[in-house]
Write a protein that binds this ligand. Structure first.
Ligand code: ADP
Ligand code: MG
Length: 556
């Protein structure tokens, strides 16, 4: 087995690089097939793409390990990490991902078996084929790695079971949040701090382990770990207060990442937020296309209509207002806001400022007056980090103080303080919902020079056709392959005609969700060999909203 490919590579040795083209197709090996799906034209072109398929009869993983979509994703997540470890070599590239276990194209378990997709640089000496090196890589290294990872008999049974069970527990925990009327949960013993701002692995030693305050302690029963306790954050408005450097942002960041499942050992395996949780921040300079921001912004000095507001260069406050309205439009059920990245003038306006600057001179209605109506009228909860303004005590259902990395509930004390008059008056009592936006299908174009172009620049930007979409402020994009997935999702919507016929953004996202409800990787990967991760609707919407070419036809 593999002999045919070896013979072909020997025949090609020393030939022109372009002759590698003859490798395209499927090659049989002992226990798997290798499909050479794309051959690079020259040594400097993007790498060639390979697809390894191991049928279930050979891989032989117990069906229980991949019997549900969650378990199949977890098993694939385990295998892709193992395969990437085995193929740690300059020639191969396996998109294993980081601390999150995401649904990715690089590895999946389907009805037929285990599928591993990877990239490889076909070796050359200048523009000549190095057939011997290619043979070593494709006929020795790769089969050895496949045999060592993609088979039940080769992997550590306890380790793989623990991995799959852990992810299933995380998922189960997240699913129980709504019946417990919680928006988030952080288990006792969780490790939230990370190594650094650019290293998502846990702080070595773990720092101060998480311990819930008794008053917010909740016990839940998980399928594998059994009973666990932790802090439940109830629906409504929750404040996280505390001194600088006491761990407020670290907690909020864990909630923000809590929409994803984390690998065992990460420390955040049981730190979860509801799946429809969206982090909000200010992002001055972003474009805004016809968003009704009138809940937050009235009568701008320019005279612009804030029920139908567009700008190529939003201010901090208007960008944050637009992002909140857009998040609600996409279906967010919980918002997360950190003072570190919020626009202060959109968050608060105290009594003295109210007295000095009359309402008719101040276009902004601060979030402090809207956060409660948002929950009472629309059922949307908010978790806010606020270390600098006690005005939020008036509107908070719960106040949690971080004290040297330990949460303490201080709701009663905050309530008592809220009894003291500040002279501040509320500037709003309702949260008017924005009108729906109908997208102009001609404005969403994945093509550049007649060809679909979807690339990522790390997790920072999406190249979509001729456009560069800045995603730096979309903080729940955690993996470059998610960026590609977002691009593929938008391209899929265009191709499927989901934008045609006066479709609102919300309907568009619903149509996408319906298409991705089954085998999402198959749907998004239909026309692409690139590595990608299946994105959430919230990040797809965030990218669409940041597409500078986006045009809205009408508001309905
Ligand atoms: P805040 O937002 O309250 O100012 P941060 O969340 O930014 O504080 O945390 C300040 C520092 O403390 C960061 O370097 C963070 O990594 C670290 N840190 C956070 N939580 C813990 C913890 N539980 N144990 C040890 N260090 C922590
Ligand atoms: Mg902070």
């Amino acid at each position: 087995a593999g002999a045919a490919l070896a013979a072909e590579l020997r025949r090609l040795d020393g030939g022109r690089y372009g002759q590698y083209r003859s490798l395209a197709g499927t090659w049989r090996f002992d226990g798997f097939t290798l499909r050479v799906a794309r051959v690079q034209a020259d040594p400097f072109a993007p790498p060639s793409r390979l697809v390894v398929h191991v049928p279930h009869e050979v891989a032989d993983f117990p069906a229980g390990l991949w019997s549900t979509p969650v378990r199949a994703r977890a098993l694939a997540g385990y295998l892709v990490r193992r395969a990437a470890g085995e193929l740690r070599d300059r020639a191969f590239r396996v998109d294993a991902g980081g601390q999150q276990v995401l649904e990715r194209s690089a590895c999946r378990i389907d009805a037929s078996g285990v599928v591993l997709r990877l990239a490889m640089e076909l070796p050359g000496r200048g523009r000549t084929i190095d057939g011997r090196a290619a043979e070593r890589l494709l006929c020795d290294r790769l089969p050895a790695a496949v045999a060592a990872t993609l088979r039940w008999s080769a992997v550590d049974h306890d380790e793989v079971r623990a991995f799959v069970d852990s992810v299933e527990d995380t998922d189960a925990l997240r699913r129980t949040l709504s019946e417990l009327r919680l928006v988030a949960f952080v288990a006792d013993g969780s490790v939230l701090p990370r190594r650094s701002g650019v290293d998502d692995r846990p702080l070595p030693g773990g720092g101060v382990p998480f311990r819930s305050p008794e008053s917010l302690r909740v016990e839940v029963e998980l399928p594998h770990r059994g009973r666990v306790t932790g802090m439940g954050i109830p629906e409504g408005v929750t404040l996280i207060v505390g001194g600088g450097f006491h761990g407020k942002s670290t907690l909020l960041r864990a909630l923000e990442r809590g929409v994803y499942d984390h690998v065992p050992g990460d420390g955040r395996e049981l730190a979860v937020a509801r799946a429809d949780t969206v982090k909000i921040r200010a992002e001055d300079g972003r474009r805004v296309e016809r968003v009704d921001v009138s809940a937050f912004v009235a009568h701008l000095p320019t005279g612009a209509d804030t029920t139908d507001f567009s700008t190529d260069n939003a201010s901090g406050s208007t960008s944050q207002a637009a992002s909140i309205v857009e998040a609600l439009e996409a279906g967010a059920g919980t918002l997360l806001v950190d003072e570190d990245t919020a626009a202060t003038n959109l968050m608060i306006r105290d009594a003295r400022m109210q007295a000095l600057v009359a309402k008719d001179k101040e276009p902004l209605t601060p979030f402090v007056d809207l956060v409660r109506p948002l929950h009472r009228q629309h059922g949307v909860s908010t978790v806010l980090v606020v270390g600098g303004s006690g005005d939020y005590f008036d509107v908070a259902d719960r106040v949690v103080m971080m004290d040297a990395y330990r949460p303490v509930e201080v709701t009663e004390r905050a309530r008592a303080l809220a009894e003291r008059p500040t002279g501040r008056h509320a500037e709003a009592t309702t949260f008017p919902l924005a009108r729906d936006r109908v997208v102009d299908p001609r404005s969403v174009r994945p093509e550049a020079n007649g060809r679909t172009k979807i690339r990522h620049r790390g997790a920072d930007a999406l190249v979509f056709g001729d456009s560069d979409v800045d995603l730096r402020a979309v903080e729940q994009v955690v993996d470059p392959s998610q960026v590609v997935g977002i691009g593929l999702a938008l391209a899929h919507c265009v191709r499927a005609g989901h934008l045609d016929g006066a479709v609102t953004v919300h309907e568009l996202l619903d149509r996408l969700a319906a298409d991705l409800a089954g085998d999402a990787v198959a749907v998004l990967g239909e026309r692409s060999l690139d590595d990608f991760v299946v994105p959430r609707r919230h990040e797809v919407a965030a990218a669409l909203n940041r597409l500078r070419a986006l045009r809205v036809l009408q508001l309905v």
